[in-house]
Design a protein around this ligand. Structure first.
Ligand SMILES: Nc1ncnc2c1ncn2[C@@H]1O[C@H](COP(=O)(O)OP(=O)(O)O)[C@@H](O)[C@H]1O
Ligand SMILES: [Mg+2]
Length: 432
């Protein structure tokens, strides 16, 4: 099968690595890809939102399946675009329809979906400029802290956790009246604060059937002990020691099943991955948010744990055959450590030469996934983004997975490289 994968991050390098390791893949193209995907596949200079360009390429090369990595083209409707073209609609495309992508593209849509289908989540109400007075009043009746969420995509910056009523009211005014997050904050969801520990559960679905993939916990802040600014993600581990079978059964029964049934009942086409951000509140799962694609860097921890054929999984999703796909999971632990450019998530440099990429541990111990990298004309690997590399260690125990990840991290360097040294440390005493 000849496959086209869209995206350029660490998530996509991990997808590409799983795809080319399957005997079912004859050729893989990645658009636009990075220096890591260039080593194992052919990078194509096409932007993920260039639907016409992508369609033309798919026809020219007779592509058999398209896999969409990031949310942006999904929210913009790439799947509907393909399905509206007579000569493309027979090609499996892995990703939800534009309407399905609203589960991530609109917090208000996803809250209404959860309420309608009885899925546990924080209580909330949505307000706009028109009824801001009601919103300010609503805040008065809430217990602090109060969570405010811009409705639309806001690059992970649209959620504010306000400690006082005053702070929440000021934030609501800034979001609705001063367009703090542009069009994304024309609507604001005000919700109850949930206290607990976060984790993420990943589901593959063909719109009717589902398979639950390994869960993961990520590390969002730039600083150790979860301090400092939020980032796209500084690390992840899988499995999650505090997510025991009883908890995961509750997730399946209370969240996964009603979500898939809800999509079916509302006739929302959804062929793709669903990332469910959860809060474990005293042993009960509540949905914090849905994302309509895999997470980055969680993918780099989750995919190595999938033992059964990955291309078969994608194809079963794309052809509504998931009920006959035998998902098998490896029982080892994985831990992913993200190496970032100095200064990230604020201003950072690009174009530094990365040293040590030839010093690789065997894949049985660690795997280096590229995120923000590119090749120089002379073939050197250069930094090309804030998050540069994601290194996944494997081990029979979490400690060993972490040791292997850090052993590999320490062999790699560039001017200004930074990584957190405490990934997984909070969980070491809670072993599964
Ligand atoms: N209701 C809530 N209670 C407590 N924390 C929350 C709540 N909603 C969001 N958060 C925190 O804010 C983070 C970002 O919120 P989320 O809904 O995942 O938005 P996004 O990822 O789109 O920025 C979450 O990972 C969580 O740490
Ligand atoms: Mg989130």
């Amino acid at each position: 099968m000849d496959i086209l994968l869209l995206g350029s991050g660490g998530r996509e390098h991990a997808f590409a690595w799983k795809i080319v390791n399957s005997p079912k893949c004859t050729k893989l193209y990645v658009a636009p890809g990075n220096a890591g995907t260039a080593e194992i596949a052919e990078n194509i200079n096409l932007a993920v939102s260039d639907f016409e360009g992508i369609a033309q390429f798919v026809k020219e090369k007779n592509i058999d399946m398209v896999v969409v990595g990031p949310e942006e083209p999904l929210v913009k409707g790439i799947v509907d675009f393909f399905q509206s073209k007579g000569d493309l609609k027979h090609i499996p495309i892995i990703g939800p329809s534009k309407q399905g992508a609203q589960l991530e593209g609109s917090k208000d849509f996803s809250k209404k979906f959860m309420e309608k289908h009885g899925i546990p989540t924080a209580g909330s109400q949505t307000f706009t400029k028109v009824n801001i007075e009601k919103g300010l009043e609503y805040i008065d009746y809430q217990e602090t802290p109060i969570v405010l969420k811009a409705d639309g995509l806001a690059a992970g910056k649209g959620v504010l956790i306000c400690k006082t009523h005053e702070e929440a009211k000021d934030a609501l005014k800034e979001m609705l009246l001063e367009s703090k997050f542009g069009a994304a904050s024309e609507k604001v969801v005000i919700e109850q604060f949930l206290s607990g520990i976060e984790l993420s559960v990943f589901v593959a679905t063909d719109g009717h059937h589902y398979r639950i993939l390994p869960e993961a916990k990520d590390y969002k802040r730039i600083g150790e002990q979860d301090t400092g600014l939020n980032t796209g993600g500084m690390g992840a581990i899988s499995p999650v020691p505090f997510a025991d079978q009883e908890f995961l059964n509750k997730v399946e029964k209370r969240i996964v099943i009603p979500t898939i049934k809800g999509l079916e009942n509302e006739e929302i086409t959804y062929t793709g991955f669903l990332f469910i951000g959860l809060m474990n509140v005293n042993g009960d799962p509540y949905v914090i948010e849905y994302n309509v694609r895999m997470g980055d860097p969680e993918t780099q921890a989750v995919l190595p744990r999938i033992k059964s054929d990955f291309v078969d999984l994608l194809y079963a999703m794309g052809t509504q055959q998931l009920h006959s796909y035998p998902l098998e999971i490896n029982d080892f632990f994985t831990s992913t450590v993200v190496m970032v450019a100095g200064g990230y998530p604020e201003d950072y440099r690009k174009g530094d030469i990365i040293f040590g990429l030839e010093n690789l541990l065997p894949e049985s111990k660690a795997k280096v996934f590229h995120a923000g990298t590119k090749l120089s004309p002379s073939g050197e690997v250069l930094t090309n983004g804030g998050r540069v590399l994601a290194i996944t260690g494997k081990g029979q125990k979490l400690e060993e997975a972490l040791e292997n990840a850090y052993a590999q991290v320490l062999k790699i360097n560039w001017n200004g490289a930074y990584f957190r040294r405490d990934i997984g440390q909070d969980l070491l005493n809670l072993k599964k």
